[in-house]
Design a binder for this molecule. Structure first.
Ligand code: GYE
Length: 323
């Protein structure tokens, strides 16, 4: 074959392999590559959050590398390292716990890749390991839960209310802040007596286990259950009924998230109050990623606006929740 013939064959092969046949296709290439490490699939909140991020990446024409860490920090660290090796434009992740990210985030910084925290934050001596945080104000969620309880206590007219708390994953931001906001807000009200806080890891199965333990230990002494997410609440409710109590009547049930299943149970009167925590963070994440790629400044913290749903309101008007 002549030299020019060979060249044509090679060129043809290249075009077949890359699929880049003309400039119109080239301009349809994604404008940005985003690596996102999701922490797991422990709740309908998390599943809704994953879905929203996938859908919004699609809408914004952003190419998404999504990895699910199945509730393990080491899997998240490994995913972040893969994103760095792949030289993505922006890294985003939802840290399962707050501590232990310094090394990998320094690696990202050295590689010049901006890091966005989604949903949860980290704790570190260094304050320049991430660019910004997009997530709920969990402290305020705890305060809102407590404020509902204070109003409920007024309505019930009781001198004392015995509270048990089922908390989320140890050392996670929502666990720390939902606990702190609630405890700070009830402190100083003599009626509020906390019997015990137990760790339910944000899981339905652990919510059930915790509830069995609490019922065995305190029985009808329990007046209030404050659960850090819907999934644990959904695990706890059948245990309360099995023990012969009516949730929502014999015991005040307070939950956080506001997924559809829990909202339906709130409407049926077995949950008294749900503090909303929205998983719909995808649009803000995509806009932030695009701004970072364009070299623009972004806000250090963005919190979505959230509501409280409770037996104090007409619940028939709640829109379908989408998670
Ligand atoms: O409340 C819970 C999930 O970090 C806000 O994690 C999130 C929490 C959410 O497992 O259901």
């Amino acid at each position: 074959m002549k030299k020019t013939g060979k060249l044509m064959v090679i060129l043809g092969l290249c075009l077949m392999l890359t699929g880049c046949t003309d400039s119109t296709q080239k301009s349809a290439e994604p404008q940005l590559l985003l690596g996102f490490s999701q922490l797991g699939s422990e709740s309908s909140w998390r599943i809704g959050n994953t879905r929203d991020i996938e859908e919004k990446a699609d809408e914004y024409g952003i190419s998404l590398m999504m990895e699910n860490a199945n509730q393990k920090q080491e899997n998240q660290i490994a995913a972040l390292r893969r994103f760095i090796a792949y030289q993505v434009d922006v890294i985003a992740f939802s840290p399962i716990v707050e501590e232990g990210w310094d090394h990998v985030l320094e690696e990202a910084r050295r590689a010049g890749i901006p890091v966005v925290l989604v949903d949860r934050t980290i704790r570190s001596e260094k304050d320049d390991l991430y660019v910004c945080l997009i997530g709920a104000d969990f402290y305020q969620e705890g305060v809102s839960a407590a404020e509902y309880l204070l109003r409920k206590a007024d309505r019930l007219g009781k001198d004392e209310l015995h509270i048990v708390e089922i908390t989320g994953t140890e050392d996670s931001t929502p666990m720390r802040q939902r606990h702190a906001g609630f405890m700070d807000r009830i402190a100083g009200d003599r009626r509020m007596q906390v019997l015990e806080s137990v760790n339910g890891d944000f899981l339905k199965s652990r919510g059930a286990e915790c509830m069995r333990y609490l019922l065995e230990k305190y029985g009808d002494e329990i007046d209030v259950i404050y659960s850090h997410n819907d999934e644990m609440t959904l695990g706890a409710l059948p245990e309360i009924e099995k023990a012969g109590f009516e949730p929502g009547k014999d015991m005040v049930i307070i939950s956080i998230d506001g997924g559809q299943e829990a909202i339906d149970i709130l409407k049926a009167g077995k949950i008294n109050c749900i503090v909303e925590c929205t998983p719909m963070l995808g649009s803000t994440l995509m806009e932030t990623a695009l701004a970072l790629k364009a070299g623009k400044q972004v806000k250090k913290e963005t919190h979505p606006v959230e509501k409280v749903f409770s037996d104090e309101q007409d619940l028939s008007q709640i829109e379908p929740r989408g998670y």
